[in-house]
Ligand binder design. Structure first.
Ligand code: ZN
Ligand code: ZN
Length: 118
């Protein structure tokens, strides 16, 4: 798939997220396949030392490896914060599930990989 690059304006307003979502059969998942997200995700994991930020607050001595970068304000609601550091947090799988009770309730849903998450 050819990757289109976006202007600063589109990145700032979140329009590019809406555009790729509308153009791709993957819908909102298309965002998680962009090079912009992949490099941002790695940067956030590094910033958080690959450590789950919720486990760290609860039990400082405990180290839980973060596997997912979560949008505090959900991508669908606030696409302009898609790549904003302050809206992104590294989480372990358990804590991330807690953030998405709506997904955990669907028992037969296909499992998401770590890279492709909500
Ligand atoms: Zn955790
Ligand atoms: Zn999430």
């Amino acid at each position: 798939m050819r990757m289109k690059e976006y202007t600063d304006d589109q990145l700032k307003t979140g329009d590019w997220v809406k555009t790729i979502s509308e153009q791709s059969y993957r819908g909102w998942h298309a965002f998680y396949h962009t090079s912009q997200w992949k490099s941002k995700r790695l940067a956030v994991l590094k910033r958080d030392h690959y450590q789950c930020q919720i486990c760290r607050q609860k039990i400082p001595a405990k180290y839980s490896k973060a596997t997912t970068v979560h949008h505090i304000k959900h991508l669908k609601d606030v696409p302009e914060l898609a790549l904003t550091d302050s809206n992104l947090i590294s989480l372990c799988e358990d804590c991330h599930k807690d953030m998405h009770p709506e997904l955990a309730n669907k028992s037969r849903k296909p499992s998401f990989t770590n890279k492709e998450h909500w």
